[in-house]
Design a protein around this ligand. Structure first.
Ligand SMILES: [Zn+2]
Length: 251
């Protein structure tokens, strides 16, 4: 680290659990963020400010007026921009030392495998079950740590799937894919704006812990928050031995 970096990241380096080694591994890391919306905005802001060396962010949407209530990477004067281009501007204003690669793309299994292979860690900041399961399949196959966040109405959830570990469950172990799952989306049901900040920031915290190798990530634990009561609670869950996605990953 040079003098500018030592100063920029001084408040991380001061933390005994964090220190200079964790900051250096974070600076050398490449993270993939899928979704530049309500969760991707705070996650990207905190990861860029924290010095994640390289961040690829993928989204195929453009900024609309109705996004601005919660998608704080974007600004009124950037309505109509690709969300990833707008997010890149925000991240580089916070920290020009971070390389942000914006990708305008709709993801399928093939393209996800391509992107996931290149990175150290994946943040699922998307808004639908089909993409969540596709991201999980790609992360299981490539054995990359996955941090998944979701928020709807006043309810948020976060968990970390460290798929490098033999006994760590995957997203499908916890949320089996079913045809009859009712999809709730912010576009139709509404969501409390700062809830996305809580969940996206928690995802960024988890990412720093996994990349920096400190603390106790939410592996095998689902953290839920109800913003109406501000109750936070954690439930433990294990690997499903019959999970069709990850059951054979040791072989
Ligand atoms: Zn599984």
């Amino acid at each position: 680290m040079n003098d500018e970096q030592l100063l920029r990241y001084a408040r991380h380096i001061l933390l005994n659990e964090f220190g200079i080694e964790a900051q250096e591994s974070i600076l050398a890391s490449h993270v993939l963020i899928i979704g530049a919306g309500g969760l991707g905005s705070p996650a990207l802001a905190y990861l860029a400010a924290s010095g994640v060396g390289r961040i690829t962010i993928i989204d195929d949407d453009q900024v609309e007026l109705s996004n601005l209530q919660r998608q704080i990477a974007h600004t009124t004067d950037r309505i109509g921009w690709d969300k990833v281009a707008s997010a890149q501007v925000m991240a580089n204003q916070l920290n020009p030392g971070v390389r942000v690669d914006p990708v305008v793309a709709r993801l399928d299994d093939t393209s996800l495998a391509h992107w996931v292979q290149q990175v150290d860690l994946v943040l699922d900041c998307c808004d639908n079950f089909a993409t969540r399961h596709a991201i999980n399949r790609a992360c299981v196959a490539a054995r990359k740590p996955l941090i998944s966040g979701a928020a709807i109405r006043f309810s948020g959830q976060i968990s970390t799937y460290d798929l490098r570990q033999e006994q760590a469950p995957c997203y499908h172990c916890l949320f089996p894919e079913a045809d009859d799952v009712e999809e709730l989306r912010c576009a139709t049901t509404g969501v409390l704006s700062p809830l996305l900040g809580m969940v996206g920031s928690a995802q960024a915290s988890e990412a720093l812990k996994v990349l920096g190798g400190f603390g106790e990530p939410l592996v095998g634990r689902l953290l839920s928050v109800d913003a109406l009561t501000m109750n936070w609670h954690t439930v433990r869950f294990g690997r499903d031995p019959d999970c069709p996605v990850c059951a054979n990953r040791c072989e």
